[in-house]
Design a binder for this molecule. Sequence first.
Ligand code: DGJ
Length: 756
Amino acid sequence: MIAYDKEKGIFQLDTDHTTYLMGLSADGFLGHIYYGKRLLHPAGTASLHLHEVPSPAVLSREKMTFLNTFPFEYPTGGAGDLRQACLTVTDEEGNNACELTFDRAQIVDGKPALEGLPASFGEAQDVSTLKITLKDHVLDLSVTLLYSVFPREDVITRSVLVTNEAGQERTLTRVLSACLDMDNDPEGTSLLTLDGAWARERHIEVRKIGHGRTDAASVAGESSHQENPFVGILKGDASQDHGEVYGLTFVYSGNFLGSCELSQYDTLRVVMGIHPDGFAWTLKSGETFTAPEVVMTYSDAGLTEMTHHFHDFFRAHLIRSRYLHEDRPVLINNWEGTYFDFDRDRLLLLAKEAKANGIEMFVMDDGWFGVRNDDDRSLGDWYVNETKLPGGIKALSEAIHDIGMKFGIWIEPEMISPDSDLYRAHPDYAMQIPGRIPALARDQLVLDLTRKEVRDAVMSQIEASFKGAQIDYVKWDMNRQLSGIGSALYGDGRQGEILHRYVLGLYEMQQRLLDDFPDLLFENCSSGGARFDAGMLYYSPQIWTSDDTDAIERLRIQEGTALVYPLSTMGAHVSRCPNEQVGRNTPFETRANVALAGTFGYELDLSRHVTPEEKALIPEQVKRYHKYHHLIAEGDYYRLVSWNDRTPYDAWECTAKDGSEALVTLVQVLGRPNTHSHAIRLKGLDPSATYRLEEAVGATGREYAREQSIWTRENRIEPRCGELKKEYFGDELMNIGILVPDLGDGQSRLYHFVKE
Ligand code: DGJ
């Protein structure tokens, strides 16, 4: 619900459990009053601190003090606020001051789309939107702040429209999308970020926010392996299930900044938006710039509740694919099975073997086009390599369908190899700075997606190769970060626009693919998980989480990713051992149990990389994915024990929303000698109900009780602990828990509880 009290100058936005308040000073500056637990009574403007630092209308001699302390809803640079700005604007003489005051407000049902950008959506019964327009009367600039309120999911989304109403051009050098200007918590505040690297994406890191600025950011042209466009703000000692937490996520796939600034007066300003480094956008007279969306949520019950808000929200209001609520076909991808060394016969052998073991879709990865027999060439040449694949994609897709499997294919449309026909014909299609030797990465350059003719050339070539083929799934990859780029189209001094225009071009291409193939199951990917962001989820219901498929490393990666993004979005595969990335051996069952927390598939050669005993487990694992998919994809996800917290084991739970069943996964990272059993306490159940342990799957797939054993002095294996009980009360499971033994290195268990 949104209310505007004109007399008091207060805007109140209520979700089911939160309230967001803004207020106007006497001279029309818009300030942030409160964001937190839902208020029962209307509040005033006290926390705008106007009694301490009056606004210029009351005390003009201290205008700068006012500007530098007022909790601005949308701070601007150059006029007196020395803290971090959301908006900086340069006029035709190079001056860069901007000062925004209130002009008008409007409340509408539903939510307007954001032109050219991914954004959340909803009907009038799901969401309403407040539009507050502020103006700078010297620059003739109008700034409309959009707040869309989703009561059920306790989410408020933000974005900004900046319109140049002057006769001359203006240059926007910073347009962030959201700001939260709050008082710091007396106990201090921490910033939670998802940091990493290739093969180690999205590890959770928490640090205390000190004075000055603390950031999460990417200037890589993509959301990146290194940081994720998400910030968690934890007040005091907030933790998993207690305390106040704010989460901000950016619905965008390029450069971003999420920054916290603790000021001299211990006020905390949190901002999020497109990273201003290198950004400069020329706004001609009458033009509007649209800043991408930020999704905000608040929880007074710790991180778990924040996660549930995000998962529910993304599932209901961001992911458009019809596959969101469907069981995905269990796939086998040939990348780690063959790399570039394949032809039609080899692929068909792999597919037949997979089909015989219950796998449902075959995906052909990199290497099917041009002369791409290694990663040094051919990106941009999207015509099929007939030596490898006689008859093309059409013939191969038909042969795969004849086997009884669905067919999927890999593409990397944003890139160009210097050794490619496309580059030889159109070197200017690559983004380069004239006179500089470009820095290659994986021997490739980036296509100039800011240019329509380049986007069209690539997409029409891909469409021609796909013509007539039965394609059920596409994996869209992107394998380098953007650096040293320049566009032939923006050589008139507007290169500051190209990183954002690149992202807009990318979104347009992905939409074109979806329009061409409306039934496609679409997966995004970027050198593993370098573009795992909410912007991509608008186009694809799943994203490849990481090139690291080692089950143990995946615990951290998937825990960090699932802090924000639903489990149904995380691409997760069983691959061979020793693991390609870390050389570790883990039981085949553990690899499957960990991959089960995502979209589930295989990525190996079943004729070479698994033992007959392991292969025999695959049909059962495929069935298990379908059996539990509704809990993993639609349920509430709980982190029970985290290996991140230095316990030797890790456990999580997926629980039906109505508490009717729960699936617990336990992975012992390292075995410990001489330990007692330990309790794993469940969450989200009905305390007064009885639950039956419907299935307990051990790492070897055998019955639980038979393999609880230790070596005795006589070197014999003896049973160590008895069978788990078959029945529990909900409150028993949540307060006492189930007692599980130390399992040994890399072993795992699944426990399925069903309400009687
Ligand atoms: C990087 C991806 O993450 C891998 O899964 C694979 O598709 C390769 N690219 C292919 O080049």
